[in-house]
Write a protein of this length. Structure first.
Length: 152
């Protein structure tokens, strides 16, 4: 009888652990704002808490176009999506990825999309509002990165 109770308890525990491991937190996905860049054919899903808390600044350096996602309060860079000519990515980008936080996240024809995060502090540590906004949004960067989609 005791063995039956122990086996049943273990089976129940294993089932609960299995179901917990299989469940996903979908709040970041279901409550999101879509950032779409029609000119460069890509989109990202940003959590709804980003609404009115970020700006996108476009920069061009040589043949690379960068879209800097920055905080509104302190203008700290959270991440960039960069659009590279494929030949330049293969000569410069791959080497750059060895020394900074940049990685290829997509490709379309002769274009490579890269995701880049800063390597230094992007807010004034003495400004509490700036620090709070940056750290609040920074937590979502990996979820945003995996939401990247190329529009074909």
């Amino acid at each position: 009888m005791i063995k039956l109770v122990v086996r049943t308890a273990l089976l129940l525990l294993i089932t609960v652990l299995f179901l917990t491991a299989c469940s996903k937190d979908t709040t970041a996905i279901t409550k999101s704002i879509k950032y779409e860049n029609e000119k460069y054919n890509f989109s990202l899903a940003l959590p709804s808490k980003w609404h009115d808390n970020y700006e996108v600044v476009e920069l061009k350096h040589e043949d690379v176009m960068a879209f800097r996602f920055i905080t509104k309060v302190g203008k700290g860079e959270l991440f960039r999506v960069e659009v590279w000519p494929k030949d330049q990515w293969e000569t410069k980008g791959i080497e750059l990825a060895k020394i900074i936080h940049i990685s290829k996240i997509g490709e379309l024809g002769n274009i490579v999309y890269a995701f880049d995060t800063p390597t230094d502090v992007q807010y004034d540590p003495n400004n509490q509002e700036d620090k709070e906004q940056y750290t609040l949004l920074e937590k979502d960067i990996e979820h945003i990165k995996v939401s990247f989609e190329v529009k074909k």
